[in-house]
Ligand binder design. Structure first.
Ligand SMILES: Cc1ncc(COP(=O)(O)O)c(C=O)c1O
Length: 371
């Protein structure tokens, strides 16, 4: 699509030129790091092809993402199957497709990798003692740092190639010290492995790089200097840094074009604004009101008042914001367009297939795939 003026509502419009600019800005902020795009953030073919041309690597979470990336011409040698939760059959299929790098965080998964992807490179994900991010993983992933040493020794003994430790400080991480803490812990793991004659070739510092929504986030140059300083101070010389961003590459590249379906004052006395987009067709990250997106209308010059913002389905949980203070024009009416800014990450890819019969969010790209 070249014209974003009249797409059918709701839809996500992604600007490829911004994806390219984000990739280059991250490269400038962390010039020595390898950048591995987390495909799950926006599995859009044009984005994958563009980032492939720019020299990115790819973090893939499933066979579906591997197949998608292969179809865009990505060399499996630059893919890492980064999801620590994977079936034997999927490891075997990834290996057959040429993927030779895997992340893991349990002895079970490691044994499966050794059996179904023999000789492959492995990164061990540990749970860093980082401050909580805006959309936290909790303790779902990552072993204890001491366990990572034990598991990577085991990896070597199973004939796998040890790459190094890996951590993810949680998505939309607003505290730059999180990476310093993770790098310090990764360095301690590398040191313990060195004693056992197991060199670490790279440290994967994960994703989590934030963008500004309603709440501002630290910029890439601040994050880059904290990360570079911690790496220079703590990691052995010649250790590659791998950064695995999703949101930071695509979050600010998308705008959702939505529409007001209804406005009413509910029995609770509050004004409710119902949109044609909600939790199940793209706005999944409003769960727990974690991410406060900026909303724009054509009536933003009119008087503004608080509103509860809800989605279109018959589900009581399909409410975007009822605690977050959202101001919308008092004149807003059914049929009015609403633009939801910075929705390039974790929107279309989270959209349900057809909950309540609402179709998944459609994606349109603008801008040039190649310069
Ligand atoms: C394994 C892995 N790597 C990278 C990312 C990207 O994280 P972010 O979008 O916060 O940069 C995720 C996000 O869930 C992930 O699960």
């Amino acid at each position: 699509m070249t014209d974003s003026n009249t797409p059918e509502s709701p839809c996500l419009v992604i600007d490829l030129d911004k994806v390219r600019a984000n990739y280059r800005a991250l490269h400038a902020a962390l010039p020595t790091a390898r950048i591995r795009f987390a495909v799950k953030a926006s599995p859009v073919p044009e984005i994958i092809r563009l980032l492939n041309d720019e020299g990115a690597e790819f973090d893939v979470a499933s066979i579906g993402e591997i197949e998608l990336a292969l179809a865009q011409g990505v060399d499996p040698a630059v893919m890492c199957y980064g999801n620590p939760i994977k079936k034997s059959a999927h490891i075997a299929a990834a290996y057959a497709a040429g993927v030779r790098r895997y992340a893991f965080d349990t002895e079970d998964d490691l044994a499966r990798i050794a059996e179904y992807a023999p000789g492959s490179e492995v990164e061990c994900r540990f749970l860093a003692s980082a401050p909580q991010s805006q959309t936290p993983f909790g303790t779902k992933f990552g072993c204890a740092p001491g366990e990572a040493v034990h598991l990577l020794v085991r990896a070597r003994d199973l004939g796998l190639t040890v790459v190094g430790p890996y951590f993810h400080v949680g998505s939309q991480q607003l505290d730059p010290s999180a990476w310093r803490i993770g790098i310090e812990q990764a360095a301690a793991i590398a040191e313990a492995l060195a004693v056992k004659d197991i060199p670490v070739s790279s440290v994967n510092i994960g994703g989590g790089l934030p963008i500004s929504y309603v709440d501002p986030a630290p910029g890439l140059s601040e994050l880059g200097s904290v990360i570079a300083a911690a790496a220079a101070q703590h990691l052995p010389e010649h250790t590659d840094l791998v950064v695995e961003p999703g949101r930071a590459l695509v979050g600010n590249t998308g705008v959702i074009h939505a529409e007001v379906v209804n406005v009413r004052v509910a029995p609770d006395g509050r004004r409710w604004v119902y949109l044609d987009i909600g939790r199940y067709n793209g706005m999944a990250e409003t769960e727990n009101e974690y991410i406060a997106y900026r909303l724009r209308t054509d009536r933003d010059g009119d008087p503004m008042a608080e509103a509860v913002v809800a989605g279109p389905t018959c589900d009581g949980d399909d409410v975007l914001y009822q605690r977050t203070r959202v101001l919308l024009p008092t004149t807003l009416r059914a049929g009015d367009p609403v633009r939801i800014l910075d929705t390039g990450a974790y929107t279309a890819s989270y959209s349900s297939v057809s909950f309540n019969g609402f179709p998944p969010l459609t994606v349109h790209v603008i801008g040039a795939e190649r310069e």
